[in-house]
Ligand binder design. Structure first.
Ligand code: DLZ
Length: 162
């Protein structure tokens, strides 16, 4: 697992998000982690110019539901990018593998089927501490990383569409 800081990036490399509209779909499973991802993502979008009214946050029960939640947003709203945030902790259960595979394939499929970016902001860790470390802890916040990626991909699309 990478230990680089997830919140480290060059702010000058991030386009202005002032005219962009974002969806954030957040899983409430492991909410002490995922709500920090959500706070980080929203703060980073705003730092680069996105307005509150253009950041639409929707909650789903678990990471497995992120794909459908994101699809609902893509179908019923006009989004520049949709950020999917979740946390799957390995623990003792084979659920880990199934959920990780499901959400990874689901989000990949959305990226292929819709002409907007869907960002994979799902922590997959062995322990809760590793998740805490990556949701505003010593390794930064994966929500920040997801937000920066969303802005860059949305800008890429706008640039190509011109
Ligand atoms: C069932 C389950 C388990 C065991 N672990 C997690 C987890 O670590 N992280 C997570 O986001 N969701 C978990 N879930 C819930 C599933 O994502 C899903 O909500 C249920 O299987 C219902 O479809």
């Amino acid at each position: 697992m990478s230990t680089s800081n997830l919140s480290d990036y060059d702010p000058d490399s991030v386009p202005d998000a002032g005219k962009m509209r974002f969806g954030i779909v957040v899983s409430d499973w492991n909410r002490e982690v995922t709500w920090s991802l959500m706070d980080g993502a929203a703060a980073t979008l705003k730092k680069h110019g996105a307005s509150d009214k253009n950041i639409i946050i929707k909650h789903v029960p678990g990471s497995f539901e992120l794909t459908l939640g994101a699809q609902f947003l893509a179908e019923y709203d006009d989004m520049d990018a949709i950020i999917c945030l979740g946390c799957v902790i390995q623990g003792e259960t084979p659920h880990f593998t199934y959920i990780c595979q499901g959400v990874t394939q689901g989000i990949t499929q959305l990226n292929m089927e819709y002409n907007i970016p869907f960002i994979f902001g799902v922590l997959t860790t062995r322990t809760q501490q590793q998740a805490i470390d990556r949701s505003g802890g010593i390794h930064g916040n994966k929500g920040d990383e997801a937000a920066v990626t969303a802005i860059k991909m949305a800008a890429l699309l706008r640039d190509i569409e011109k």
